[in-house]
Structure formats: structure tokens, C-alpha cells
Design a protein around this ligand. Sequence first.
Ligand SMILES: NC(=O)c1ccc[n+]([C@@H]2O[C@H](COP(=O)([O-])OP(=O)(O)OC[C@H]3O[C@@H](n4cnc5c(N)ncnc54)[C@H](OP(=O)(O)O)[C@@H]3O)[C@@H](O)[C@H]2O)c1
Length: 335
Amino acid sequence: MPIIGSAVQFSRTGNPVDVVEVEEISTPDPTEGEILCQIEAAPIAPSHILTLSGVYGDLPDLPAVPGNDALAKVIKLGSGVSDFQIGDQFLLPRGSGSWRQYATVKAKDIIVTFPPGGNPLQLSMLLANPPTAYLMLTQYLNLQSGDWVIQNASNSSTGQYLIQLARYFGWKTVCVVRREESLKIPEKCGGDVVLVDGTDLAERVKEATGGADIKLGLDAVAGSATERISSCLSPKATIVNYGLLSGEPCQVKANDLVFREITLTGFWLNKWLREKSTSAEREQVYALLRDLVVKGILFAEVEATYPLSKAKEAVAHSTNGSKRGKILFTPQIES
Ligand SMILES: NC(=O)c1ccc[n+]([C@@H]2O[C@H](COP(=O)([O-])OP(=O)(O)OC[C@H]3O[C@@H](n4cnc5c(N)ncnc54)[C@H](OP(=O)(O)O)[C@@H]3O)[C@@H](O)[C@H]2O)c1
């Protein structure tokens, strides 16, 4: 028997708050090799907002259920599924659409399972931001103990994971935020130097780090923010842009590119997952990060949770510039 439950859907792109609708949908019984699961928690990420707006790198056929990441729990097994039991919790496979109460997934697509217990909100955020932080810290430079990294949007959840991972591996972080009220989050995560962005960023960074060489800059904002990160870096350093929070093209001074040989490149997790990694590498990365999340070494601040019935309020809240943590759906909780 199919199961009926709520799901957020969108059938056109545009203003994210306008395009999301909550509907009752039917989720089929699991067939051979499939699992029927209930979604326990599903975060709202900037990439989901870009998808609803129609400007993300990957757009689904419409109508679709938004969201990509979620903690799911097994409620029914299809025939031939022997590796799972009712109640097991796992990360919903990518591309399943996560803002829903129920989903049917193929057991072979599940790459992360969790031990019983744990904080469902924290577990649900493992799919995208922790590996993004980890891969950007490890794939571009061979950082040594005590090396410095600079990042902006440091109070974002990706920024928080970056700080926690850098500390775990023995690297130091300069953490830039765009407003005074956001300083507390990177400070709490253990950022070594935490500053508000501004035109004199390079001088303040130099003073705070004692003129340290900074060879890696991580930029989620783009626009003039990229140039300010660039101005803090040592010659031959690399800037990795991974977000377009400002909506502006990345700016870097020609002097920095030509005379100081700064390299600007981009990172997209979807590319790494689809084309640039083997299944063994993906399993290795997620196993490490899963353990760090389960142990509480990696965590992200949460501002609020919403039931699916309040999808419009949740989406509006997630794009509100004054929030202090993630907004998540808890689809099994009705109010
Ligand atoms: N390339 C990839 O594969 C990949 C993977 C994961 C995430 N990302 C990107 O990483 C970024 C952070 O994602 P998240 O899920 O960690 O975010 P999040 O926790 O939802 O936080 C959003 C952050 O964006 C900041 N922000 C929004 N607009 C900004 C602007 N115009 N200038 C500066 N900061 C701004 C917010 O600062 P305030 O608190 O001041 O509003 C907040 O720190 C996003 O751009 C996302 O798309 C990329």
C-alpha cells in the first residue's frame, strides 16, 4: 500500500517563498532492493534557494520536491534488502528531494548509515557542507601543522565546519564575517582570528596574525569580497570560490594575478561526487566526517526548525539576513 504524507513541491522557479507549496503526495511501497523511509530532519541550504530561484548549476525536472540532504529512518523493506533493519537511520541519497515526510529509495544508493541515537538535526546536515569544507581544505594545498587559511562567510554552517576541521588537523583560521553580530559563531567554533569584513581587511589580518603567510583563501561570497580575501594572501596562494552569496562575479586585481601569481579556482561538491571521486574515496570521506559528526567534533548552529506545513515561513526565515544558524524541516513533527 502506498503511504500518504506531506511534501513541499515546486512546479515553477521564481521567488522561493512564492513557488513552494505543501501537498499530500503518495509514496509507493518499496519494491525489490528498495527501502521506504521517513524523513526525520532536512536542512534548508543556499543551494536549495538557488534551485527554487532557477539559477543553480543543477535543476530538476518540475514539479519536484526541493531539498537534497536529510536524515531518514527505515520504516519498510522491499524484498532482497538484507543490510538494513526497520529503524536504521541513514543519509538520504542525493537527488531524492528531502523536504517530505516519506521517500522510497534504492538501498544500493545509500552511502552513509548512522549508529542509533545522535542528534537528528546535526546528522541530517552531513551530506553537503562537511565534505565541502573538508575537500577544500585538503585538495588544493598540502597544508602543514600551523599553516593559516582565510575564509569569509565564516558564520555559515560550511564556515563552522571549516573551522572545526582546521582545528582538528592543526591548521589556523582567519575567519571573516560580514556583520558584527556574527562574530560569536566563528569564535565559539575556535576560529584563531575572527574579523568583520571591510576595505582595510588586509592590514587587520596582517596585524592579527603577525604577518603570517596565508596560502589558501576560501570564498563563499564572490564580488568584491573575493578581492579582499586575495589582498590577505601571500604570493602564489590559491583562492577557492565555492559560493555566490553576493550574486556578483568574483573580482581579483590583475596585479594579484600577474605579479603575485594568485590562483583563483572554483569548487563544486556535485562535480566531485559525480566525476572527480571513486566510490572508495567517497566512502572514506563520508566515514571520517560521519564519525566526527557523531562524536560532536563537527556541528553547526541551528536557529529554528519548522514543520513542512510552514514551508513558506521556513524558506523566508532561511533567507533572512539576521539569522544565527541553520533552518531545518522536521517533517515528522506537525507543529
Ligand atoms: N560549491 C559547493 O559545492 C558548495 C557546497 C556547500 C555549500 N556551498 C555554499 O556555501 C555557502 C554557505 O552555505 P551554508 O549552507 O553553509 O550557508 P548557511 O549556513 O545557510 O549560512 C548562509 C551564510 O551566508 C552569509 N551570507 C548571505 N548573503 C551574504 C552576502 N551577500 N555576503 C556575505 N555573506 C552572506 C550569511 O551571513 P549572515 O549571517 O551575515 O546573513 C551566512 O553566513 C553558500 O554559498 C553555499 O551555496 C557550496
